[in-house]
Structure formats: C-alpha cells, structure tokens
Design a protein around this ligand. Structure first.
Ligand code: C5P
Length: 334
C-alpha cells in the first residue's frame, strides 16, 4: 500500500476513536457514578471558560458552595419597597406593627399610595448579571474604625452604605468621605447631600407619614421622640426598606434573636442582596472590648449594644460566619 494511503487510514482511525470516546463520555458519564471524575473535570473546565453569576472574583449569590448560606438566602424577597411589593401579609403586618406599636395607626395602603406620589416607585439594583461586579462597603459606627486608615479602601467601593449619625468630616482618613446610601429611621435622621440615597427603615406607619411630611409640609415633629420636621435629601433618591424583607432578616438570618435587627445588620443584609461583593467595616467592639462610636471620645459611651432591643452578640457571630464562609470581607479595625 502506498505510504500516503496508510497515513490517511491511520488519521481516519484516530479521528474515529476520538469522536467515539467523546460521544461515549457525554452520553454515559453523567449517569454512571463510577465516572464522576469526568463529570467533575468537565464542570471545572466549564466554570473556567463560562461566565459566573457576576463579574467579580467571587459572587455573593453563589449558592452551591455553602448549604448554610443557601438555606437562609432568599433572593425572591426584594429589600426595597415598591408599590407592587408593598402589600403585607397579615402575619408580616402584625409583626411589623408590634415593633413600635401605635395607638391609632393610619391606613397603611393609603399612606403607601401617598408616599409613592412623593418618591419614585422603581425596582432598583435587581440587575445581577455575569457582566456586573458591584462592590459595596457597609460602614457601621464602631469605635474600631478609629486609627484604622480604612478611608481609601472604603471610598474605592461602588456603593458605600452608612447609617444613622455616621459623620465623615474630620474622620475621612479612617471612614472615608463618600456615601452613596444612608440608612436611617425618623428618630436617627440627619440631613444629606443631593447625591446620596436616603434609605428609610420604617418601624411603623407613622414613619412613612414622617418621610412624606419631612420632604414636603414639615408637619410631623414628633413620633415617640422629637424628630426632624424637615430633612435635606433628594426626594428622587429616597428608598424604603421593605417590612417584608425586615421580617425575613429577623427570622432567617437571626433566628428571631433580639427584639429586632440593628440598623447595621439590616444594612448588611441589604448589601448582601443588592451587591456582588461586600466589605464590612466598623462592626463590633474595638481591641479593648469597647462598643462606642468612632466619633465618641468616651470609650464607655453606650452604643447600640446597650439599647437592649438587639442581640448584638448573635448579630456579630452571624456576621463573622458570613466572613468565614467568604461571603463578605470583614475589616475589624483597631
Ligand atoms: O449605634 P448605631 O446604631 O448608630 O450604629 C450603627 C450600626 O453599627 C449598629 O446598628 C451596629 O450594627 C454597628 N455597630 C457595631 N459596633 C459598635 C457600634 C455600632 O457593630 N460599637
């Protein structure tokens, strides 16, 4: 036989063998447990070449890697209120009304309707995709930020979420200067600039009436405490924390510990749901075990740990667990 013909036959035989072997693998491998090695190898290469859930190095919403996280994380509950998701189940409404009970609450759905005539009714941040890498910094108010030099790191995130008083002027080196979202409730409210989103955590129907009033007529001056009658904030950027999400955080993430979650924990879970990568700053005690705020000179000053309504230790342990599982990055300060 001429040499050329022999080579052709050999090439053809080799090609035939490769095709047969590959077809065999694809047809049978994934049903036969003895061939799981191939399945695993294919999945690894698949993950390597295909895009993940997000464009970051690690995506928070990845459920396959941790059953504890997967059991708790419910992506179908939207953290922010819209007209569409504003209706509360009887159980949620009862629970929510119990948080800070009102003697004569106004009609909830009428107030919600009035609210969305003042602020936008938009579904925001639910745009997760393999192309998105949204990095977020959640900045609590712990004294462990003092001397931390985290300012640059915090400011480099896409979203910077602060809460309650959280002053930045004079503390830039440690806490940064940018804020994209400021989480508050009427009794902790402060004025904001025009580019920051005010995220209101409502504990009662009156809180929704308060934000309407504070952005318009200024008639509400008192809840259970005196409150700011007017607030400087861009009303086109006001967001409302959903009571349904609030209850989900309490039950699924805190196993109903404490009376209700702290502003910091609620902000953290907001970030877990709207971001792809979450870095956490300013949570917990400082190196001496003090729980004061970073702007307080007095280390023994009573911060959130002494309010009696939150289970600070449980919240902190869940936060540490999230960090252990590489879902968030925890910066413990000094
Ligand atoms: O005290 P305040 O509620 O304004 O602080 C905001 C949040 O920061 C708290 O809800 C808590 O989650 C966190 N924090 C903390 N450790 C502190 C102070 C505040 O974890 N020492």
């Amino acid at each position: 036989m001429p040499l050329l013909k022999v080579r052709k036959i050999r090439t053809f035989t080799l090609l035939f063998c490769v095709i047969t072997f590959t077809t065999f693998l694809f047809s049978y491998t994934f049903r036969d447990p003895s061939l799981y090695f191939f399945k695993y190898a294919f999945r690894l290469s698949d993950n390597f070449f295909s895009k993940g859930l997000c464009a970051c190095r690690q995506c928070i919403a990845e459920l396959e890697d941790d059953p504890w996280f997967a059991e708790r994380f419910n992506q179908s509950i939207h953290p922010l209120m819209t007209r569409e998701n504003s209706a509360l189940s009887d159980e949620t409404f009862k629970w929510w009304q119990w948080l800070q009970s009102e003697r004569q609450p106004a009609n909830f759905s009428e107030v919600v309707e009035e609210l969305f005539q003042v602020i936008p009714d938009e579904v925001l941040y639910m745009d997760a995709s393999p192309e998105r890498c949204r990095t977020c910094a959640v900045v609590g108010n712990s004294g462990n930020l003092k001397g931390s030099h985290y300012g640059g790191l915090i400011d480099s995130s896409d979203f910077i979420i602060r809460m309650n008083q959280a002053p930045t002027t004079g503390f830039e080196e440690d806490v940064g200067s940018r804020t994209t979202h400021h989480v508050m409730y009427p009794e902790s409210a402060i004025d904001l600039d025009n580019i920051t989103s005010l995220v209101l955590i409502p504990f009662k129907t009156l809180d929704l009436q308060w934000i309407i009033s504070a952005l318009t007529t200024g008639t509400i001056k008192h809840t259970y405490l005196p409150v700011m009658s007017r607030i400087k904030a861009n009303k086109d950027k006001v967001l409302i924390y959903s009571p349904t999400f609030f209850k989900y955080v309490y039950e699924s993430w805190l196993d109903s510990h404490g009376r209700y979650p702290s502003t910091g924990f609620l902000s953290l879970l907001l970030a877990v749901h709207i971001c792809d990568e979450v870095s956490v700053f300013g949570f917990g005690a400082d190196q001496y075990g003090n729980w004061h705020h970073y702007w307080e000179e007095n280390h023994l000053a009573g911060a959130f740990r002494h309010t009696g309504v939150h289970d600070g230790d449980y919240e902190y342990n869940v936060t540490l667990l999230l960090a252990d599982k590489h879902k968030i990055r925890m910066f413990k300060g000094r």
